[in-house]
Ligand binder design. Structure first.
Ligand code: ZN
Length: 70
């Protein structure tokens, strides 16, 4: 059984939880909660700007962004 990461907040999703979203172009997005799903698909929010995402997740996102810049 594979454990997937949330496409929005980056948290690990335990098996049997969360929801899977398939876009029209076939890409699969997995979300830990409805909140993550709605903020990404419906409101198109930037995960780096959300305050309710855990600090650790935000650190990871920042590191990724810095690596991309380099
Ligand atoms: Zn999430």
């Amino acid at each position: 059984m594979r454990i997937y990461k949330c496409a929005f907040c980056g948290e690990l999703i335990p098996p049997g939880y969360g929801l899977m979203f398939v876009k029209n172009d076939g890409t699969i997005l997995r979300f830990c909660s409805r909140r993550c799903f709605v903020s990404m698909i419906k409101f198109r929010r930037d995960p780096r700007k959300q305050t309710w995402i855990r600090k650790q997740q935000r650190k990871l996102l920042r590191q990724q962004a810095q690596q991309r810049r380099r």
